[in-house]
Design a protein around this ligand. Structure first.
Ligand code: ADP
Length: 397
């Protein structure tokens, strides 16, 4: 007992260690049990000292422990019972009854007599650390999974973009083909139409007086239909030209385009006693012929869609921040708000205007011209309250 007391005194300093400490001799008798282990296990030092460790922890008799401990008593290298493989050597619980996960190192300590050793158990409570590692692993796995999902989403997005680009390319090619077809058809239709129109005129003159009144009326129908068809074909050709024509860029006063457009519309201006109010416009860079065509179509519509009123037309110009906004405003019949974007599509005519002559292509041409100049076109209108077409011109495309 005296020997044990002297040993106790030797190890007493470890009572204050936050690590569980236990010392056993080569007969597996407990010679030291520190306060930390007493707190964790509820087994007091006085109950254990001098007793066999196997009495309290019989599982340590198993070869996986015993073989390694015997090696320690021969002065062998330290051995580790890791938390991962053993969880705990001295079963102990936290306040919430959760078992303390332990990392135990057993070291040989010289026992005084030559060649004899004690086994010193140093037990670390790694419960919190193990939980943290577990949480960290869950977070890491989640991040890896999210990263993987993000990569897959990016891959899918890229595939969709590639697909879209391919479709766009195909669409562009189809548009070019369609445009060529439009050009060829509208161009080639002109000659037979001219023949039809001239022979109807000759027949209508009826030099030998052989046609009945009914036949003459039918000829009148043919003449009118040819006229309509001629207008349609002409507009189709213009639409095609507005896309195909290479841009002839120069700097010129925009007023010149308005002058030229008004000149070609002079007879309608006079016929309808239209009043044109002009804002002074500045110089721009663009294709003069196309921009003149743009004004001609917009002013032409302003003269056309007025019913019985005298047209009051304003050639407008405003600056909004860095953006210059040009426009043509009228006091005409206006456009129902539900049609304000579709009227720019080819052949789109609004019901209320179907008795006014036209082919529904003029605004599609305007849109093409503005877009080729890097701009936008839109309309502000109210049914019965006049119409204001506005457009911007950016960089030439
Ligand atoms: P078109 O004049 O040959 O009918 P457009 O493409 O120029 O063809 O115009 C499309 C349609 O937009 C017209 O049929 C008409 O319904 C409407 N529209 C165009 N300009 C005006 C305007 N100034 N006032 C009222 N409606 C308009």
């Amino acid at each position: 007992m005296n020997k044990i007391n002297s040993i106790l005194n030797k190890f007493d300093i470890w009572d204050h260690s936050p690590i569980g400490m236990c010392v056993i001799d080569e007969t597996y008798k407990i010679v030291f049990w520190n306060q930390c282990l007493a707190d964790w296990t509820g087994l007091k030092k006085t109950e254990l000292i001098g007793k066999s460790l196997f009495h309290f922890y019989p599982q340590l008799k198993e070869p996986k422990y015993k073989v390694r401990l015997d090696n320690i008593f021969n002065g062998g290298a330290p051995t580790i019972f890791s938390a991962k493989l053993h969880k705990y050597v001295f079963k102990a619980f936290l306040h919430n009854n959760e078992p303390r996960i332990q990392h135990t190192t057993v070291t040989a300590v010289p026992a005084g007599e030559e060649g004899t050793y004690y086994a010193l158990f140093a037990v670390e409570d790694v419960t919190e650390m193990t939980h943290r590692i577990k949480e960290y692993k869950i977070m890491r796995d989640k991040a890896l999974k999210e990263n993987q999902q993000r990569k897959e989403a990016e891959k899918k997005l890229q595939e969709s973009l590639d697909e879209l680009e391919k479709t766009n390319h195909e669409l562009e090619e189809k548009n070019i083909e369609l445009d060529q077809f439009n050009f060829i058809v509208s161009h080639d239709l002109q000659a037979p139409l001219r023949t039809l129109s001239s022979f109807s005129k000759i027949l209508q003159k009826d030099p030998e007086n052989i046609l009945s009144a009914k036949s003459l009326q039918y000829l009148e129908y043919i003449k009118n239909a040819s006229k309509k068809m001629h207008l349609l074909i002409n507009n189709l050709l213009n639409l095609s030209k507005s896309t195909r024509k290479t841009i002839d860029e120069s700097v010129f006063p925009l007023d010149q385009c308005v002058d030229d457009a008004l000149l070609s519309l002079q007879s309608q201006v006079e016929e309808k006693s239209a009043h044109i109010n002009r804002e002074k416009l500045q110089e721009i860079s663009g294709d003069k012929i196309l921009i003149t065509q743009l004004y001609q179509n917009l002013i032409g519509n302003a003269l056309k869609f007025v019913n019985d009123k005298n047209p009051q037309i304003n050639i407008t110009f405003n600056v909004n921040g860095d953006t210059k906004i040009f426009g043509v405003k009228d006091n005409g019949i206006g456009i129902d708000s539900k049609f304000t974007s579709s009227i720019f599509e080819p052949f789109k005519r609004v019901n209320s205007t179907k008795y006014i002559e036209g082919s529904g292509i003029g605004l599609a041409i305007c849109k093409k011209i503005v877009e080729r100049h890097g701009g936008n076109i839109w309309v502000e209108s109210q049914l019965g309250g006049g119409t204001h077409f506005k457009f911007t011109l950016g960089n030439i495309n």
